[in-house]
Design a protein around this ligand. Sequence first.
Ligand code: PEP
Length: 254
Amino acid sequence: MRKKIVAGNWKMNLDYNEGLSLFSEVLNMVKDEATGTQEVVVCSPFIHLHSLVQLAKGNGRVSIGAQNAHQAESGAYTGEVSAKQVKSVGAAYVILGHSERRQYFGETNQLLAQKTDTALANGLKPIFCIGETLQEREAGEHFNIIKTQLQEGVYHLDADKFSQIVLAYEPVWAIGTGVTATSEQAQEIHAFIRQELAAKYGQQVADDTTILYGGSCNAKNAPELFAQPDIDGGLIGGASLKSRDFTDIVKVFN
Ligand code: PEP
């Protein structure tokens, strides 16, 4: 059965020491809280990855992820970081396809398909983000957009490889805006995604795929969102930057 996951995305926030203190607080709180969340993932900037992995050792429920990795194995790509390098410090996950990467860095579905392959080939589990813009939703295009992002981004994978992936539905209009999708809107898309996965990979794979919701998720709205049958946890931006806010979301599953 699919895992319940709460993942934090720190984005480009926190210097080295701030990141370590926040993570230490999260670790302490998570260890003391009874929760049905099966895995807590913290996706930090690259500078924190190694230290967070060391701090998390011995805590089987907490994993570390990066927020990006390059599509090439290695080479002359000044300033970039490879999936192999991310894996070598002990990180388990990498966020791919976040709308900020799509929007500000021109990442296309085709590029993301390559990044997914390279991440998987290096033993990283992608948290693959999909979601429509406000304009696309208002034009009634949201289902088509999601379908295309899946088709072009991950459907080249066989079922075995696909089963390493966590999906995150993140409506772009809800990210960092304080506007959350209603639980009905989110459930509608999550159910659609699962139905699409069933058509592509079969019901078993669809049932086993963790699909996170992301977009202004906080401890107040998480209970209703996480109670939806096809929502298996959250990808949390802003609220992952405060230990109490984040662990309150981790506690929502019980
Ligand atoms: C995100 O960055 O993935 C995100 C969901 O951000 P926020 O929670 O701040 O909307």
